[in-house]
Design a protein around this ligand. Structure first.
Ligand code: AP5
Ligand code: MG
Length: 220
């Protein structure tokens, strides 16, 4: 665990590789990946009240309302394993969420270390969606062409079954991209104005993106 807690945001459109890179960076830095999308999918799988409320929004490709999302992430960040920091993957996604995050971290006696903005052109994002497969038990993401599992249909980590997310169907992906442009892209300016934003080119092989991110994080 690092001496000074390191709280990083991975910001970027659907399919930009936030989850892929957050999982790697989590191993490198020894801090947990906190993915709001994964937390929602766990709640849906476990049929919780929160999961029931979130499901319809997610299936349509819309954002889950801030009041549901913020409480869920705040609760996760208050757990002991996040005391040394966390990699926020998919949160915040609106200006009110970003403002609340500042407050949550300040209540924990911490502050944001930096924001990694992963840029990928839209046509590449759409191509990635059709080939993505997710492990049903641990949530690790694969790609049939760019990042295939060792054994077809099975997760390399825990042999869980790989499935296609319902919100990766083409119409829903288009909606998620539109929602990103409208509601999430203003966060780039929010963090640029605070001197926290660092751009990373996400349109290169996974290893190269990871190397760029490691370089940027070393300079924070
Ligand atoms: P979430 O699960 O966060 O989905 P997302 O933001 O749409 O992002 P993805 O998980 O689809 O993509 P990613 O950037 O993690 O890419 P990945 O690494 O998998 O959210 C889902 C839904 O939950 C939202 O639509 C919303 O409804 C709700 N939600 C979540 N957070 C919320 C919030 N804060 N507020 C409100 N609602 C919220 O990579 C994608 C694919 O590409 C994979 O197949 C991967 O193997 C491949 N790949 C990755 N990197 C590369 C590369 N460099 N080259 C080639 N292929 C690559
Ligand atoms: Mg993800």
């Amino acid at each position: 665990m690092p001496e000074t807690p390191i709280y990083l945001i991975l910001l970027g459109p659907p399919m930009s590789g936030k989850g892929t890179q957050a999982a790697r960076l989590s191993r490198l830095l020894g801090v947990p990946q906190v993915s709001s999308g994964d937390l929602f999918r766990d709640n849906i799988k476990n049929q919780t009240e929160l999961g029931r409320k979130a499901k319809a929004y997610i299936d349509r490709g819309d954002l889950v309302p801030d009041e549901i999302t913020i409480g869920m992430v705040a609760q996760r960040l208050s757990q002991p394993d996040c005391a040394g920091g966390a990699l926020l993957d998919g949160f915040p996604r609106t200006i009110p969420q970003a403002e609340e995050l500042d407050q949550i971290l300040s209540d924990l006696g911490a502050s944001l270390t930096g924001v990694l903005s992963v840029g990928v052109p839209e046509n590449v994002l759409v191509d990635r969606a059709s080939g993505r497969r997710i492990c049903r038990s641990c949530g690790k993401s694969y790609h049939l062409t760019f990042n295939p599992p060792e054994r077809e249909g099975l997760c390399d980590v825990d042999e869980g079954e790989l499935y296609q997310r319902k919100d990766d169907l083409p119409e829903t992906v288009r909606q998620r991209l539109a929602v990103y442009q409208q509601q999430t892209s203003p966060l780039s300016k929010y963090y640029l104005d605070r001197g926290l934003l660092r751009e990373v080119n996400g349109d290169q092989p996974i290893e190269d993106v990871a190397a760029d991110i490691a370089r940027v994080v070393n300079q924070l």
